[in-house]
Design a protein around this ligand. Structure first.
Ligand code: SF4
Length: 78
């Protein structure tokens, strides 16, 4: 899979992860340069828009992402 198209502007990596290089490289290889469609942040961004991605959402929090997406859909009446 290709490098995530969001990486250059991903707040998570360009801000939050700078103090956690070990964790960052793990997530980068697993999600950003791998299965980016399974990244919780990517999922919420695609389904709900960038403004609805919580700053503290980690890429491996798929379950939390699904809840956010579900709530967003209910709010929108979809
Ligand atoms: S895979 Fe997730 S954490 Fe990585 S750049 Fe894309 S949106 Fe950000």
């Amino acid at each position: 899979m290709a490098v995530c198209e969001i990486l250059p502007v991903c707040i998570f990596f360009n801000d939050k992860m700078k103090d956690m290089p070990g964790t960052a490289s793990f997530f980068k290889s697993k999600f950003c340069q791998g299965d980016n469609h399974k990244c919780a942040r990517h999922m919420v961004l695609i389904a709900c828009g960038r403004e609805n991605v919580p700053i503290d959402l980690f890429p491996n929090q798929e379950e939390k992402a699904n809840k956010i997406i579900e709530m967003h859909r209910q709010k929108k009446g979809k």
